[in-house]
Design a protein around this ligand. Structure first.
Ligand SMILES: [Zn+2]
Length: 124
């Protein structure tokens, strides 16, 4: 892998990571007991009317789904940064060839090359 390119991707991943953590902090709070970035959605407080209660539940379940999605992105990004630090970034985990820069630019957290991804999706 081109060192300059890897540095560029690392910068992008770190930027993305802090943005996601910021988004998560807007509606969830970080669980102090968790060792990795794990967040717990706050239960919103609108009021005690039935309408308000229903609204709270709806918002809460939306937040849970979003929290789940964002936490998964946090994990993917942290894994990618981890691979950069171990000089294993951009290598397909199936066939161990370099993933193309185009693919990594489109999706910096990619762990498989286009050919392997294709085979995998066809198998599903
Ligand atoms: Zn591959």
């Amino acid at each position: 892998m081109n060192e300059q390119f890897v540095l560029e991707m690392k910068e992008r991943l770190e930027k993305e990571l802090s943005q996601i953590i910021k988004d998560l902090s807007g509606f969830a709070k970080q669980d102090p007991k968790a060792t990795r970035a794990d967040f717990v959605s706050k239960f919103p407080e609108y009021g005690d009317d039935e309408d308000e209660n229903a609204g709270e539940v709806a918002t809460y379940s939306n937040n849970l789904a979003l929290e789940d999605k964002l936490e998964k992105e946090v994990r993917d990004i942290k894994n990618a940064i981890d691979r950069i630090e171990k000089s294993a970034y951009g290598v397909c985990k199936y066939c161990e060839t370099d993933i193309t820069e185009d693919r990594l630019r489109a999706r910096p957290t990619s762990t498989s090359c286009v050919a392997c991804k294709k085979t995998l999706t066809q198998e599903l």
